[in-house]
Ligand binder design. Structure first.
Ligand code: AMP
Length: 300
């Protein structure tokens, strides 16, 4: 099957209207390019849910809080299209800037509440940019379903909130984080790491895993957070923006491991801001019989 590379909305509109007439279902995978196995895994999932798959590649200027980050963001359209070829997607939509933001574009979608903390607190305007581009791409692609990676866990919550609030017809599906063999979450931003930093980077995930174990063993949350921040810095990271335990369901802060939750982190290593998160379940502390506590994992 031939993948169509489409650069303007009117052409995309003609294609998707044809699909609609034929009762086809459409899945979209929004990306900013510099594709890696994480992105490709979303495409595989999309193929399971819909008869037509569109991958979008658009480096969205509105979601960058720093110009330097936008300028240095990796762009590799040719190799991205090559990587997508074996997956036989129907369309790779690579819109020109004008197709998304014409000069008189005046709308911003701003989701409050869920964007106030974590990445939202450190990257002003970032989630406005994300919500605006995602809504625009949902409309342009007429997507029935869209796949997003859990690596950007807060982003999924922002998008789900927007979809619910605006009654958008697109169903959102989560996809698990794909990692390098040493545990580092794949990210286009990993390209910013020097070879020395690249060796340090997997420690972020290792620190999350050891924190998870301590939390599930019943160590108090505040203690684990403090210890783990110190470990991340000791490993060679420059700073930790946040390390927080939040509920899986709505990202409310947790001071005890009482609900299915995520431990989420953002930390700087050289010029790269890395984010990651792990899932963890509540522990039930049974009545103490002998020495030590015996936590029982309730959720698989
Ligand atoms: P980006 O191109 O970085 O904006 O990401 C596009 C989509 O790919 C988002 O839904 C991300 O959450 C997802 N994604 C990025 N990295 C990974 C990863 N390592 N595993 C799974 N999904 C990812």
């Amino acid at each position: 099957m031939n993948t169509q590379i489409i650069r303007n909305f009117s052409e995309l509109d003609t294609v998707t209207k044809g699909w609609r007439v034929n009762q086809e279902t459409i899945a979209v995978v929004p990306t900013m390019g510099a594709l890696h196995e994480g992105h490709l895994s979303l495409v595989q999932i999309a193929k399971r849910y819909a008869s037509r798959v569109i991958v979008t590649i658009f480096v969205n200027p509105k979601q960058f809080d720093q110009d330097s980050d936008l300028v240095s963001y990796p762009r590799s359209e040719e190799s991205d299209i090559r990587k997508l070829a074996p997956l036989s997607v129907d369309v790779v939509y690579v819109p020109e800037l004008e197709e998304i933001y014409p000069s008189d574009f005046a709308t911003t979608i701003s989701v409050s509440g869920v964007t106030d903390s974590l990445c939202g607190a450190f990257r002003k305007g970032h989630f406005d940019g994300v919500a605006t581009i995602v809504a625009k791409l949902f409309c342009q692609t007429k997507a029935d379903i869209a796949i997003f990676g859990e690596k950007d866990f807060q982003q999924i919550h922002v998008i789900k909130r927007m979809v619910q609030d605006l009654n958008l017809p697109t169903v959102i599906k989560n996809a698990p984080t794909i990692r390098e063999t040493d545990g580092l979450a794949m990210s286009s931003r990993n390209a910013k790491l020097t070879s020395q930093e690249r060796e340090v980077a997997p420690q972020l995930y290792n620190c999350l895993l050891s924190a998870t174990k301590k939390l599930e063993d019943g160590t108090p949350v505040a203690e684990v957070i403090d210890q783990t921040k110190a470990e991340i810095l000791e490993a060679g990271f420059k700073s930790v923006e946040y390390l927080e335990l939040r509920t899986e369901q709505d990202l409310s802060p947790l001071t005890e491991l009482t609900a299915p939750s995520r431990l989420l982190v953002a930390a700087w290593l050289g010029k790269a801001r890395l984010i990651d998160n792990v899932a963890l379940g509540p522990v039930k502390i049974p009545a103490r019989k002998g020495p030590g506590r015996q936590p029982i994992r309730e959720l698989a």
